[in-house]
Design a protein around this ligand. Structure first.
Ligand SMILES: C[S@@+](CC[C@H](N)C(=O)[O-])C[C@H]1O[C@@H](n2cnc3c(N)ncnc32)[C@H](O)[C@@H]1O
Length: 295
């Protein structure tokens, strides 16, 4: 999942309004804490950094976690392009970038620049445990664009929440969004086909949901074909994204079991009025505060 999609992800979601979502986060913080300051920030399912890149002025240190090394690579290339230029040129390389230092092993990359430390961890939040230096703790955790809905069974959800709670400071905020079951049932899962222009030509993406009578999840089949300017197909792949949809009260139970106090659960565009997710909302957004340490 997201292995091949990573290269085209930013082009496919180029019209996603990350800026608006950052404003939503700002509204949430102003409601909760009075000011928009994220402190040490943990992001679960950071992807190619759509949110984090906009959030740079508001955090001190940053840790991004994702299942897909390919998504993280796209993100890191945007954040530290000269490091990756350095990697690409390693053989014939002569000048060293002195603005930052990089430590890497197979699934962790940590980049220290003058002002802060940025780390990336490749791991499966549903199965693995995030292992960090014991002194690391976070003021805020975010997980946006429906990463939570990739947790398709109860064990996955519990492990993911444990990872969120593990290094979050007491009273730290956890903000995530998810597919709202009442909205998905009412609005309905549909097949869609869309084209996206890229410098090499165009991408044609077809999305087909397969729910096979299941109540709370569907496999979203994503068929991607990439064509050059002459119309010749240069790449094709199919990815399956299993997605789960949740009722608000299910989310409440999972969160309280994981040691979180719920501050708000509302429709993703209904933050100001704090209106609970309803039939017209495909997604809900949750603001929870860590009150207990996970066992
Ligand atoms: C729709 S993308 C969102 C990426 C980013 N948050 C954004 O807003 O653009 C979902 C991301 O969640 C990651 N993801 C899905 N399941 C995961 C898991 N079990 N553990 C870690 N990351 C996961 C995917 O690799 C992908 O980068």
């Amino acid at each position: 999942m997201f292995k091949h999609y990573a290269e085209y992800y930013d082009a496919i979601y180029s019209d996603k309004d990350y800026q608006k979502e950052i404003l939503n986060l700002k509204k949430i913080f102003e409601k909760m804490n009075g000011k928009f300051h994220l402190g040490n920030l943990l992001e679960l399912g950071c992807g190619t950094g759509g949110h984090a890149l906009h959030l740079c002025p508001f955090y001190e240190n940053y840790t991004g976690v994702d299942l897909s090394g390919e998504m993280i690579e796209q993100f890191a290339m945007k954040l530290y392009p000269s490091h990756f230029a350095f990697q690409a040129n390693r053989c014939g390389y002569t000048t060293r970038n002195t603005e930052f230092s990089v430590t890497e092993n197979s699934n962790v990359m940590s980049i220290k620049d003058k002002n802060r430390e940025v780390s990336f961890h490749i791991l499966n939040l549903a199965k693995d445990s995030l292992e960090l230096n014991i002194s690391t703790s976070f003021d805020t955790c975010i997980s946006l664009f429906h990463v939570f809905s990739y947790m398709t069974n109860d064990n996955d959800v519990q492990n993911y929440l444990k990872n969120a709670a593990r290094y979050l400071k007491k009273d730290g905020l956890f903000i995530f969004d998810y597919w709202n079951k009442t909205g998905v049932k009412h609005l309905g899962l549909e097949s869609r086909k869309k084209e996206f222009l890229i410098s090499a030509g165009k991408i044609v993406r077809e999305v087909t949901p397969l729910s096979k009578g299941r109540e709370n999840q569907a496999d979203i089949m994503i068929d991607v074909k990439v064509f050059d300017h002459q119309g010749k197909m240069i790449e094709t792949f199919l990815e399956k994204h299993p997605m789960r949809f949740f009722y608000k009260d299910e989310i409440e139970i999972f969160l309280s079991e994981a040691g979180f106090k719920i501050e708000m659960i509302c429709g993703e565009d209904k933050i100001e009025g704090n209106v609970a997710p309803e039939e017209s909302d495909w997604a809900g957004i949750v603001v929870a505060r860590k009150i207990l340490c996970p066992l």
